[in-house]
Write a protein that binds this ligand. Structure first.
Ligand SMILES: [Fe+2]
Length: 385
């Protein structure tokens, strides 16, 4: 969308990021410099068993800061995880929080940071109900350390937590929940398995693509999104099949850039993907990867010009919007990602429920081409063929 004379705009790009090989070694000294005494390190149960975790704990301790570990978190974090983390924080008299890991660790760490000094029920802070207005109290010093390159939630301001019984997802949001410092060290991602690299990387790519196509006016986000697309497109295959530190750095930067850019909005692909996680428990990145060619095909009649710019940014020999869609299909094939939902336990009888959820999803609100429930049904059917 072009500049609108009668509109005023708000952009936010303030996160302080340390980026590069070995920046993880600055974490302990940084906490010490802030005058912190005891940090709650929030991570997931798989990560705490890896040697890198021990390395991080030792260097924080070596800086003279005490460490408490909290890792009782589900793959899709639930409210009871957050409350247990808050209890741990208070019981052990921590003064700061580090979210260390992928999206789930970040979400729980950020929600603990919110709840520590806020007395209302956690879901009273639900952004959909205007809960951000209650985020008025102090938030402990909060640092994020990503170990995957996908969600980019290390630079985000929101967290997604589910209800333990209904599994309903709530988004808690406040600018106060942004990390004070991000330590993004691509070396931490060197050992990620190929499929995790591919699917989280496709999530990051989808963020950049959808942000670039989103219809609001934000040249700042457009620039960030396009460069993110360039970095990811040149490195995702290498990072997946024969990782180098350079390709891992591109992916980590691309993920950060995608999350910074999608403050502009997302689009149809995320609205197609979210119901697949709810209905058949599909990994978020995998769902985006499978659906992005279909979502882009739908966008062709309206977003063709912007897609041509993406195609030339990637360096497709014959840069056209259709060429970009074909490139996405080919990329999925090279990454070992299925071309159809049929291979992913989705059946014809799921389509009605998927379409009901997709039309309610807020992401397609910023898609340039308006989407109806019937459109979602047609797209799911095509993806299932
Ligand atoms: Fe995403």
């Amino acid at each position: 969308m072009s500049f609108q004379q009668n509109q005023r705009y708000q952009y936010n790009f303030p996160t302080s990021i340390r980026f590069g090989r070995g920046v993880i070694d600055e974490l302990g000294p940084h906490l010490k410099e802030q005058g912190l005494k005891r940090v709650l390190l929030v991570s997931d149960p798989g990560l705490v068993k890896l040697p890198v975790f021990e390395r991080v704990i030792s260097q924080i301790k070596a800086s003279g800061v005490l460490v408490e570990v909290f890792s009782e978190i589900a793959k899709n974090p639930v409210k009871s995880n957050v409350l247990a983390g808050v209890a741990h924080f208070h019981k052990s008299q921590c003064d700061s929080i580090v979210g260390f890991g992928g999206g789930a660790s970040m979400d729980v760490a950020r929600a603990i940071a919110l709840k520590t000094h806020h007395e209302l029920d956690l879901f009273e802070y639900d952004d959909a109900m205007g809960g951000d207005r209650f985020v008025t109290g102090p938030v402990p010093y909060f640092v994020t350390v990503p170990t995957t390159s996908g969600t980019g939630s290390e630079v985000g301001r929101s967290t997604v937590i589910s209800d333990d019984t209904t599994h309903e997802k709530k988004i808690l949001f406040s600018p106060k929940l942004m990390a004070k410092k991000v330590f993004a060290d691509p070396e931490l991602t060197m050992g990620l398995p190929a499929m995790v690299t591919a699917t989280t990387g496709m999530d990051a790519l989808t963020h950049c693509v959808e942000a670039y196509l989103a219809k609001s006016y934000s040249p700042l986000c457009d620039g960030v999104a396009l460069e993110g697309i360039r970095l990811i497109s040149r490195s995702l295959e290498t990072a997946t099949h024969a990782p180098t530190i350079e390709s891992r750095a591109d992916m980590m930067m691309g993920a950060l850039m995608g999350a910074a850019a999608f403050q502009k909005g997302l689009g149809i692909v995320h609205s197609l993907a979210h119901p697949l996680s709810t209905v058949v428990d599909m990994h978020h990145g995998l769902a985006n990867a499978v659906m992005i060619p279909f979502g882009m095909e739908f966008n062709l009649p309206v977003s063709g010009e912007r897609m041509r710019t993406i195609a030339s940014t990637i360096g497709i020999p014959n840069p056209s919007a259709e060429g970009f869609v074909a490139w996405l299909r080919e990329l999925n094939r090279k990454l070992g990602i299925p071309a159809s939902l049929k291979e992913l336990k989705v059946h014809e009888n799921h389509i009605a429920r998927l379409s009901d959820l997709a039309i309610l999803d807020p992401c397609h609100g910023s898609n340039e081409r308006p989407v109806t429930r019937a459109d979602f049904e047609t797209i799911y059917k095509r993806a299932l063929a």
